[in-house]
Design a protein. Structure first.
Length: 436
């Protein structure tokens, strides 16, 4: 999870109708923003991307909300509702990510997901999405805890002339330790992230401008006594030029201030800025490429004793490649280098790479395979260097028109130059989802 700021590109295409144009434009812009910037791990890269993880999920929900009443299972006046329930059964052979004494457990996660869309006018809407659940441990009930899923938010979409404006308040409570590669030695990892801000997109056909601001609070709820809480203010601006209908090139600028609260830090705040370029191209309907690179600076600061830590400067980069080979196979390759805010590691210089493939070999069964690799080093706190890698396998199938099921396997091996920083974990999850 990041503490550095980045700015990401927005891309839209002209389509007929003001309302539909900006609705789809905003969706495409934010989806591309996240796709280009996000670390391939579930921990996000760069602070701006971090704030948009929930935003991407929420924006996709709003896109579906715009499709019409058939997407909803309840209509109440001007509001449309989708209510779904789910149940996950997870078998984990190292719930504390411990190098010495692995604890095995079965975790039950009931959850409810609700999405509401209410039209204020023909062009403006209020959207609410809430996904929440509870993790219950069969052998270690002291680790039982609540979680709130990515995409939970209250937002207001406004369309004014050539502008799309989104005001949002987002809440996320993470509870899977393997979401953050810096987490070791704890089984009750839980962190709260709250984001409030706005995004404005100005579509001038060939030129698309985006301006965003977010204030983020993140706090350790469980499993991290003595480690860092914090908050940050992030500003981002980007300009993208449509060189061809399927090729976009632009510049991005970002900056912000991060403030730390905790004992495990040598600085109580950190100033960041970055500048770079990006390109997005789709040579065919089956192939797309997104890439970006630039220069970033992160400088520790303190209101007390003089800070002896130097500025961190370096190149950031990201790459996303998607290819649908045929109706049976599609794959993607993503990776890059970024500054991340780790739960245990403070600011982390992180390299990531993920290769994923989806196999459609059977009529109702989808098979997914993936391999992840991460290499990270702590910039100021602890000075740990680590690498983590592992394969992933998933089987997904529709059971009925309203019910679907999935079986997933994840393996991670973490190797560190710090004693106690190694672990191996196997995770098997059976998921059932039912739309009411």
């Amino acid at each position: 999870m990041s503490n550095s700021t980045s700015l990401f590109i927005v891309v839209t295409r002209k389509i007929g109708g003001c309302r539909e144009h900006f609705r789809r434009a905003s969706t495409a812009a934010l989806l591309l923003w996240v796709a280009c910037s996000e670390s391939p791990t579930r921990a996000t890269a760069e602070e701006a991307a971090r704030t948009s993880v929930a935003g991407e999920t929420a924006e996709e929900a709003r896109r579906k909300a715009a499709l019409g009443p058939d997407e909803f299972n309840l209509l109440l006046g001007p509001s449309r509702w989708v209510v779904a329930a789910g149940l996950d059964l997870e078998a984990n052979d190292n719930i504390c990510f411990d190098s010495n004494q692995a604890k095995v457990d079965l975790i039950v996660r009931p959850q409810v997901n609700t999405r509401v869309s209410c039209q204020i006018t023909d062009q403006n809407s209020v959207n609410l999405a809430v996904g929440t659940g509870y993790s219950a441990y069969a052998q270690h009930p002291e680790f039982n805890r609540l979680f709130v899923s990515p995409g939970s938010e209250l937002s207001l979409d406004l369309y004014v002339g050539d502008f799309w404006i989104n005001l949002h308040e987002r809440l996320l409570i993470t509870e899977n330790g393997y979401d953050d590669p810096t987490v070791v030695g704890t089984g009750d990892y839980s962190q709260l992230q709250n984001t409030a801000g706005l995004t404005t997109i100005w579509d001038l056909n060939k030129l698309v401008l985006r301006l965003g601001y977010d204030h983020i609070n993140y706090a350790v709820l469980t499993g991290g006594a003595g480690f860092q809480d914090g908050d940050s203010d992030v500003f981002a601006f980007s300009a993208g030029d449509r060189l061809r209908p399927a090729t976009i090139f632009g510049v991005e600028i970002g900056g912000g201030m991060i403030r730390y609260r905790g004992q495990n830090t040598t600085a109580n705040q950190e100033a960041d800025w970055n500048i770079g370029t990006f390109v997005e191209a789709q040579p065919s309907q089956y192939l797309s490429v997104k890439a970006g690179a630039g220069y970033t600076v992160s400088a520790p600061q303190s209101s007390g004793a003089q800070i002896t830590e130097p500025e961190f400067t370096g190149v950031y980069a990201r790459l996303g490649f998607n290819h649908q080979v045929n109706r049976h196979l599609e794959y993607s390759l993503s990776g890059g280098r970024s500054l991340n805010f780790g739960f245990f590691g403070g600011t982390v210089d992180l390299y990531t790479a993920v290769l994923e493939a989806r196999w459609h070999l059977f009529q109702r069964l989808s098979v997914g395979t993936a391999f992840e690799f991460e290499y990270g080093s702590q910039v100021w706190v602890g000075r740990e260097s680590f690498k983590r890698f592992g394969p992933r396998l998933s089987l997904e199938r529709s059971i009925t028109a309203r019910m679907s099921g999935a079986l997933r396997y994840q393996y991670y091996s973490r190797q560190s130059d710090v004693p106690g920083g190694n672990y191996v974990v196997n995770i098997v999850t059976l998921s059932l989802a039912y739309r009411l």
